[in-house]
Design a protein. Structure first.
Length: 397
């Protein structure tokens, strides 16, 4: 785990009346090369047709970006592969590709290729930073005009952000609040002001704030799919999840030492585990009735811990929520939502899993989907790494 983390997330609101988005955002991480590739595509029109076109473009761009050829050549292949609309004589979809690589002490190297999406915006803290853009003109058969690919290369440092949007953001409020829409100047001012007030705002929170504002400018009935993706270079936020008692009681003190030495947020999951930690730290456990639902036991409070929850059932529901990418605002105010919220606000998540067998979980009446602790933790780790690009580490005790 490195001292610099590339925090990537996005937010999306569908066009009014649509149940599927015409914008598609993909992100993948190459662990060995400490590399992240992000692709944002906007399909022509809206609904299912636009979604299929955007998905085709985004997945093609994503696959080519991880290949050996230069990103600009990949963009040309995509352009020559995608058809041109017979009626409008324009491309069926647009795209933005960001290839981001860590150069250790030299910062983060970014290659950016854009076709017909609004220009991406770069910020250093709360100040917009211009960057050089090279234009490559292409003439395709069937297109009514020459098309341009924008290509850029620059280095980002800690505290820098890259914001990518579709037309739904820039054109929001058109004909209502603003005659020509929110436009890039308005979006840039909004971002600067928001970062100025909240310097450590995460990519998830910033992207959500931008789409919420665009949605409000459209009178809460989006005229187009509204999508914003944010890439943020910063120091990693760490969280420790402790679940399950150690294999032998003699190892309890080792568990306590690991918890004390951890620099970051701490979650204890499991009643027996909470009792052990309570004894080791001399801290009382009290039920927190401010968050509960009928589906899971309420969370608890313990001095020195950020969250204390019940074990297997809560962990199982956390895994499901992460796998299905359920938005926090669609979840009830319970222990699962708090657990997921902390994980999503973290960059590096460490798990310490006790290996003592709990006889209660051998009861055949317990639902099969709860499974065993190791399986559930594996599901959580896989979801965090694949869907949210988090870094995870696992230790058994």
């Amino acid at each position: 785990m490195n001292g610099i983390f590339i925090d990537v997330d996005y937010s999306q609101t569908y066009k009014a009346g649509q149940r599927i988005g015409g914008d598609v955002f993909l992100q993948s991480k190459e662990e060995k090369g400490n590399r992240v590739v992000c692709t944002l595509s906007d399909g022509l029109g809206s609904g299912v047709k636009a979604n299929v076109l955007a998905n085709l473009t985004a997945h093609m761009a994503h696959k080519l970006s991880f290949g050996p050829m230069h990103l600009t050549n990949s963009a040309k292949i995509i352009m020559n592969t995608l058809p041109v609309c017979n009626e409008r004589k324009i491309s069926y979809s647009t795209f933005t590709i960001a290839d981001v690589r860590s150069l250790e002490e030299k910062g983060i190297a970014v290659q950016l290729v854009e076709y017909d999406n609004p220009p991406s915006m770069r910020f250093s803290r709360d100040l917009p930073v211009p960057f050089e853009v090279n234009s490559i003109d292409l003439k395709r058969e069937g297109a009514f005009k020459e098309e341009t690919i924008r290509q850029s290369s620059f280095t980002m440092q800690e505290g820098d952000r890259l914001i990518m949007c579709t037309d739904g953001v820039m054109q929001s409020g058109m004909g209502k609040t603003f005659p020509l829409g929110w436009r890039q100047s308005g979006v840039s001012s909004f971002i600067s002001e928001l970062i100025g007030r909240h310097p450590e705002i995460s990519s998830r929170e910033l992207a959500a704030a931008i789409t919420r504002k665009a949605y409000a400018l459209d009178g809460y009935a989006a005229k187009d799919d509204i999508t914003c993706a944010v890439l943020y270079v910063r120091r990693p936020r760490r969280t420790l999840v402790v679940t399950g008692p150690p294999f032998t009681k003699e190892r309890d003190d080792l568990l306590g030492r690991k918890i004390r030495e951890f620099d970051g947020r701490k979650i204890v999951s499991g009643g027996t585990t909470a009792q052990i930690v309570s004894r080791l730290f001399g801290a009382k456990v009290s039920v927190d009735l401010s968050c509960w639902s009928r589906d899971v036991p309420p969370a608890s409070k313990m001095e020195g811990m950020d969250l204390v929850t019940e074990g297997m059932l809560t962990l199982s529901k956390v895994a499901t929520a992460l796998e299905q990418k359920i938005p926090l605002h669609n979840m009830p105010n319970d222990a699962v939502r708090r657990f997921v919220s902390i994980l999503l606000d973290s960059d590096q998540v460490s798990f310490i899993v006790g290996t003592k067998i709990n006889e209660a979980h051998q009861d055949p009446s317990i639902p099969v989907e709860i499974g065993i602790r190791r399986t559930i933790i594996s599901r959580i780790r896989r979801a965090l790494e694949q869907h949210y690009l988090k870094e995870t580490i696992l230790e058994y005790i």
